[in-house]
Design a protein around this ligand. Sequence first.
Ligand SMILES: [Zn+2]
Length: 99
Amino acid sequence: MLYMADISTQLLVYRVLVAAVAILGPTVLFFGLLHLLEFLKDDRLVDSLAAQGVAEQPRPAPVDFLGNLSNVPENRCEQCGAQNVPNATHCRECSQRLQ
Ligand SMILES: [Zn+2]
């Protein structure tokens, strides 16, 4: 029969380390992935890759382009204030129905 006293200190330390890796590993990997995704959505990364010719130059969304034209009527969302294309039926940010 195996008693707790039969487990050597080395084996106990080994088991605690394995448990720590098993518990903390996924958390560390998750935050690493989160950090990587935050870095990837950074516009400066896209701009620097586009400058090197690695990535395609980002194209502005139609609404960003239309927002700079003064003769296009505004179609702002009443709920969140996002500007939408003139004939949009729903907000591109919050999906609220537009008038
Ligand atoms: Zn909205």
